[in-house]
Write a protein that binds this ligand. Structure first.
Ligand code: PBG
Ligand code: ZN
Length: 324
């Protein structure tokens, strides 16, 4: 059918018709809210490069938990900021470290909230890399044990899902085995499968104080130019036992989200990362864009590309808009 028989505008005429023909739904059901948990007391400190986002100490999480429950946010992902860093990330594996304590606190405050923990040591190492450094290089196999110990500490504290973001080869299988050996077979793994070496992580590294002190992450995170490689990475993680796979960042990688959605049947997460958040906030502060509309359009686009769930710093404000 062609014009004038076909007129596309007929189904765009009213809001109710548009509701009926809408292909993609955006709701709070899809949101995971990232939380920065800092060692210390009484901390609720705004992050300079991420307006509206905070570092929280465990004792202050009560206010946030209440809001998450009221808004019906289904899950959170926790990032730890220890007060001591060393070359081997000692703080990352402690049973009473900042993340295990935050997990317990959140599970007490909001038992239904899905608590996911980021498993990576770059916030805990003095050199800022995501594994053990030997001779100026991140040693893949030497890092696996450390990452698994970290995942175990989180899982023993009650985390529902552990999310390795380090990009070491073989870590999903290694963590799965370690969990199963400890009778933690009910703990799921959300794998940061296609994680790119992206400049969009800049504000996060300020927030978590996790910038590498030498070199960069291109020896383990993926080259932004590669798409087929993302499918290999996802396939490996699926074979190693991932329950949920992730593409990160989201906006510059919508094609990767779509391809992974089409090729795999596991639940798919997309990470709407810090730089994506901060760019939107910066333009909105200058009055150059309508922040709320751009936010909802962005989140809708990530869903349309094929993501089941979105890790996003916008979770609270988007949930308020969608429910209000
Ligand atoms: C830790 C980690 C990073 C992010 C999530 N986990 C930073 C990095 O890899 O450098 C980025 C999240 C964001 O930018 O919002 N490996
Ligand atoms: Zn890392």
């Amino acid at each position: 059918m062609q014009f004038p028989e076909y007129r596309g505008r007929r189904v765009r005429k009213t809001e109710n018709i548009r509701r009926l023909v809408r292909e993609t739904r955006l709701s709070v059901d899809h949101f995971i809210y990232p939380i920065f948990v800092q060692e210390g007391k009484g901390i609720h400190a705004e992050i300079g490069a991420m307006p509206g986002q905070y570092r929280w100490s465990v004792d202050r999480l009560k206010e946030l938990a209440k809001e998450l429950v009221a808004l019906r946010i289904p899950g959170v992902i926790l990032f730890g900021i220890p007060d001591r860093k060393d070359p081997t990330a000692t703080e990352a594996v402690k049973a009473d470290g900042v993340i295990p304590r935050a997990v317990k606190e959140l599970k007490e405050l909001a038992p239904e909230l899905t608590v996911i923990t980021d498993v990576c040591v770059c916030e805990y190492t003095s050199h800022g890399h995501c594994g053990i450094v030997e001779n100026g290089q991140v040693d893949n196999d030497a890092s696996l044990e450390l990452l698994a110990e970290m995942a175990l500490a989180h899982a023993r504290a009650g985390a529902d899902i552990v999310a390795p973001s380090d990009m070491m080869d073989g870590r999903v299988g290694f963590i799965r085995e370690s969990l199963d050996e400890e009778d933690l077979e009910g703990v799921a793994i959300m794998a940061y499968s296609a994680k790119y070496a992206s400049a969009y992580y800049g504000p996060f590294r300020e927030a978590a104080d996790s910038a590498p002190q030498f070199g960069d992450r291109r020896g383990y995170q993926m080259d932004p130019a590669n798409a087929r490689e993302a499918l290999r990475e996802v396939e490996l993680d699926v074979d190693e036992g991932a329950d949920i796979v992730m593409v990160k960042p989201a906006l510059a990688y919508l094609d990767i989200i779509r391809t992974v959605r089409d090729e795999f049947d596991l639940p798919l997460a997309a990470y709407n990362v810090s730089g994506e958040y901060s760019m939107l906030k910066a333009a909105a502060e200058r009055g150059w864009i309508d922040a709320n509309r751009v936010m909802l359009e962005t989140l809708t686009a990530i869903r349309r590309a094929g993501a089941d769930m979105i890790l996003t710093y916008h979770a609270l404000e988007a949930a308020r808009l969608l429910q209000g």
